[in-house]
Every structure is written in C-alpha cells, then in structure tokens.
Design a protein around this ligand. Structure first.
Ligand SMILES: *Cc1c(COP(=O)(O)O)cnc(C)c1O
Length: 344
C-alpha cells in the first residue's frame, strides 16, 4: 500500500469566475487582488501566473511577497502594512511597489520618497488597528497628490446592519474632503458584496475570490482531501478517539481518514461537521487527532479503504466547515500545513 497523504489542489478557473462575479458588482474602480499569506494558502506564485490578466493590481503585507509577484507581473503592487526603513523604501522604489503609510514614524521617509513612489495614506475610521486619525489630516496634506491613494479598512462589513459601517463611510468621506486629489479605497470582500456604492478607485478583495464568503455565486476554489485508510464497526455504547468524546447511540460504522490537525484540519471540529466521501455527505464523530479524522459512514455501505474523503472543495464549501465550528474560512485556508501535498 502506498502511503496516502493529504492533498491540496486549487482550481484557478473557479477563482477567475468568482472574480468575474465580484467585478460585476462594482460601480467603478479597479480590482486589487489581495494575495497576502501565500494567496490565503492558494499559492501566490500560481495565482499571479494564472490570473494576472484579469486583476488590476495586488495587495500583500510582506516585502518578499511583493518581490515574488514582481517577477511575474508589471501591475501595481501595494504593501498594505507599509515599510519602515530607508532600505525598504529604496527597494520599493526600484521595484515600483506602492507603500502604505499609517504611522508617524514613516513620515520623514514618506516625504522623501513622495515623488518616487505611490503612497497609500491609511486612516483609522473606527477599526482602531492601523491608521492616522482624522485630526492628523493637516499634517499629511503634502500627500494629497494624484499618484497617491487615501485608504481605510472596514471592521464590520460582513454584518451590513452594524452601524459601524455607516460611521466609517461617513468619516472616510469627511477625510476625503482634504484629500481631493488622491484616489480612494475602502472596500474589502464583504464591503464589495454589501456596499458596492463605495467602490471608489480601488477595491481590495481577498477572501471572496477564494470562495470563503457564503454566497450563491462564489465557490470554494480549494480541494482539501485525503484517503480513508481504515473502516471499523462500533457497537452501541462504544466511544471514539481521544477523550472518548463521541459515544455510539447505536451500532455504527466508522471511516478513519488520513488527515488531522497537523495537516491543518481544525482540531476543534465538532461532531456533525460535514465531509464528503465519494461525493456522499457524512459527519465527523469523535475528536480530530494529529493525523486522523473519524467519520460516520453507517448509512453509506459502499465506502472502501482507499476512497477519497473531501474535507472542503467546490462541492463541500469551506464555509460549511467554518460556520458549523464557529471558525472563519480565512483561518482554515491559511493553516493548511507544509506536509500536505500540493497537486494540480
Ligand atoms: C486582508 C486585507 C484586505 C482583504 O480583506 P478580505 O476580507 O479578505 O477581502 C483588504 N484590505 C486590507 C488592508 C487587508 O489587510
């Protein structure tokens, strides 16, 4: 028997069709693909090779990521958390990277390089993570130039009823009065879906491209799967796995799948989390261990050792797994570990 391994593959045609749908929502503006964290686990390099034609630019957080994109693309690249020293600014300038400015410690360098590269001036409009305050506008007025961009980030766009959204948009528009020459950008994925009227010049779209937002037009682009390596029968009253979390309420048949939290499957997945075996839906029973998952196949008599179990895929949305377990799809996508085989 060949040692089975958990596998990850990515369907870039699905990402392409997700992007087409998202673009169709925009009122105006350009589409920045956010591909930080190795394109949310989908491979930054493969993303750029497959999709460079259909996006208008890229957003990342690390300099290495930006330079890796630059090898395969001439499009705008934004470093969304900025750079902080002269060397970084020089490299950015040489490679035509745009830099986010959000902190007073960046101002001297930002002024020095203002004419040499595009700067994105980030304001805090309520998230209270990064960005200047509205009262800082006067100090930043040198940056009110056509090549630069005014940006902010939404904290609650996935909950459109939250009043935070309206407050953030109102404050952003107020700051925009002082930045009348720059481009503007505030929307992330959930913002594009719920507030497309604020598209402005750039939208910054990550998770929705990968299908990590519940929406009938968006599909999960990853297939994360592994094989059934053992099947066993359980008698009523017997328990499964660590802590014996699941106790059989009747006689059961269990498939043991060669994938665990060391592959990036969430350790805290609850009994009832859906997986597909040979396209049949079944449920996790018992705690996920480092290398193994146990699932209920009592009603699925034809499953054999060696069959594929799909943990998430276009047919088994990653959002079902994350929502059922009170997790976020972002974390599931970015936590798949190195030992998982990348297949095409
Ligand atoms: C990650 C990130 C985004 C993309 O967010 P999604 O919710 O994945 O669309 C946009 N803007 C900034 C500043 C980010 O850090």
């Amino acid at each position: 028997m060949i040692e089975p391994k958990a596998e990850l593959s990515v369907d870039f045609e699905i990402i392409q069709s997700n992007i087409s749908y998202l673009k169709s929502l925009l009122r105006e503006g350009a589409f920045m693909a956010i591909i930080k964290a190795n394109a949310y686990g989908h491979s930054l390099e493969d993303f750029v090779k497959n999709l460079d034609d259909i996006v208008d630019g890229y957003g990342v957080v690390r300099l290495e990521e930006a330079l890796a994109i630059r090898k395969n693309s001439v499009k705008p690249i934004l470093l969304m958390q900025g750079l902080y020293n002269e060397e970084g600014f020089q490299i950015a300038s040489k490679n035509n990277l745009s830099i986010t400015i959000h902190h007073p410690s960046q101002l001297n360098l930002a002024k020095e390089f203002n004419s040499k590269l595009n700067l994105w001036i980030k304001f805090n409009t309520g998230m209270n993570r990064l960005g200047f305050e509205v009262d800082d506008s006067k100090k930043l007025i040198d940056f009110n130039q056509e090549e630069n961009c005014l940006m902010s980030h939404l904290a609650c766009a996935d909950n459109p009823a939250d009043e935070m959204n309206r407050n953030q948009f109102a404050l952003f528009e107020k700051i925009s009065e002082s930045f009348n020459k720059t481009s503007k950008s505030i929307l992330n994925s959930a913002g594009i879906i719920h507030f497309p009227e604020y598209s402005f010049d750039w939208v910054r779209c990550g998770i929705a491209m990968y299908g990590g937002v519940p929406n009938e037009y968006l599909k999960t682009a990853m297939t994360f799967r592994s094989k059934v390596i053992s099947i066993r029968n359980l008698r009523k009253g017997e328990r499964i796995g660590y802590g014996g979390r699941y106790i059989a309420s009747e006689d059961k048949k269990i498939a043991v799948i060669y994938c665990g939290y060391a592959d990036g499957y969430p350790q805290n997945a609850l009994d009832g989390t859906k997986i597909l075996i040979n396209s049949h839906e079944c449920s996790i029973l018992g705690r996920v261990s480092m290398d193994l998952i146990t699932a209920d196949i009592t009603e699925l008599p034809n499953i054999k050792e060696g069959d594929w179990a799909t943990l998430w895929s276009p047919e088994n949305s990653i959002n079902l797994v994350s929502n059922y377990n009170d997790l976020i799809s972002y974390e599931l996508m970015t936590k798949i570990t190195n030992r998982v085989i990348k297949s095409t």
